[in-house]
Ligand binder design. Structure first.
Ligand code: ADP
Ligand code: TRP
Length: 321
């Protein structure tokens, strides 16, 4: 099964991103053919600072390699290194009714929020469709906000196939219902836009400072505490196995410890959990050329898969003459 993921290069990753999407993707490399790319063209819809975009692209590559993206098993590249995607984007535009894009929630939401709407924001789903069908992708794991984009990709591919024959693979989205929403320091969904995140690769002191801000109930030190609704517990449990969870639950119900103790425990667990990833990240950060080489080989692998598909498209549409 070919599974494709596009990653927006958008800065510091947080543990909500990790448990909600990165960890499942890394684990799926064991059983699926994973295609993952850094969507730097997509990022241009919200970024017009070239220095920042190239920095964020390298940061995303470094982070994902550190977290277990395995370039030997999977295909990992930067979107702009396989230019055929822009060609297919144009071809697919001929099979994209304006109304289909006008109905896109993500576009409407952004415009409603007052974000300047350039043509690239409007046509974003067509580029996403090209990303998907260029590699014959079958499954697209997404968060709920991206379901409609995959449906649009399917609609566009179907229209193309109706005109020119069974050439493009029709993708399906997959939403993992088992993945819980990770709470932020204020108990709401952890999200960059709410400023309540705990990052994966922050400095130790800064991490502790953030963890100390987690909102907890006011209960005296000696009293028993509720763990089920405790923000600290609900974050730290993600890192624990069953025995460790039970042991922590007992510490809550026994009393005699304050939330400050549980926060220190979380800081410790988090720091140890990400230690090997942090070490790998430090290595890649000091070897950017190695990262670029990995990305270039990934692009070569991706292009080899794209080539027969784009050639068929060129041929049936009459671009080859
Ligand atoms: P943010 O909300 O911080 O901007 P993104 O929208 O960039 O995060 O999310 C990237 C990926 O991480 C998505 O697949 C999303 O489902 C997942 N994700 C983000 N926040 C959480 C969270 N709090 N819990 C679980 N998954 C999350
Ligand atoms: N739109 C996706 C997001 O914002 C990123 C993305 C771009 C993508 N192209 C894709 C995701 C293709 C899956 C498949 O998160």
């Amino acid at each position: 099964m070919r599974v494709l993921t596009g990653i927006q290069p958008s800065g510091d990753l947080h543990i909500g991103n990790y448990f909600g999407s990165i960890k499942p993707m890394i684990e799926s490399q064991e059983e699926h053919e994973v295609f993952a790319f850094i969507a730097n063209y997509h990022a241009m819809t919200s970024l017009d600072d070239g220095g920042r975009l190239s920095h964020l692209t390298m940061q995303a590559a470094t982070d994902f390699l550190a977290l277990g993206m395995n370039p030997a098993k999977s295909t990992f590249w930067v979107q702009s290194d396989v230019k055929e995607v822009l060609e297919l984007y144009w071809v697919l535009s001929s099979f994209t009714p304006m109304g289909l894009l006008e109905r896109a929630h993500s576009y409407k939401d952004k415009v409603a929020k007052g974000i300047a709407s350039n043509h690239n924001l409007f046509s974003y789903p067509v580029l996403m469709a090209a990303d998907i069908v260029l590699f014959g992708s079958q499954i697209i794991p997404v968060g709920k906000d991206q379901i409609q984009h995959v449906e649009i990709a399917r609609d566009i591919a179907l229209k193309f196939n109706n005109r020119y024959g069974d050439i493009l693979t029709l993708p399906e989205f997959r939403v993992d219902e088992n993945v819980a929403t990770v709470p932020g320091t204020d108990g709401q969904k952890m999200s960059k836009s709410y400023g309540n995140t705990i990052t994966i690769f922050g400095e130790e002191k800064a991490q502790l400072k953030t963890i100390k801000k987690i909102v907890t109930e006011l209960v005296g030190m000696e009293e028993p505490k509720e763990y089920a609704n405790c923000n600290v517990y609900n974050i730290v449990k993600l890192f624990l196995d069953e025995n460790e969870r039970v042991a922590l639950q007992e510490r809550y119900t026994r009393g005699g410890e304050g939330h400050g103790h549980f926060k220190l425990y979380l800081a410790d667990v988090l720091w140890e959990y990400f230690r090997p990833f942090r070490e790998r990240r430090a290595y890649y950060e000091s070897h950017p050329d190695e990262v670029r080489d990995i990305l270039k080989s990934g692009a070569d692998k991706a292009r080899a898969v794209a080539q027969p598909i784009i050639e068929k498209v060129r041929s049936v549409t009459g671009i080859t003459y």
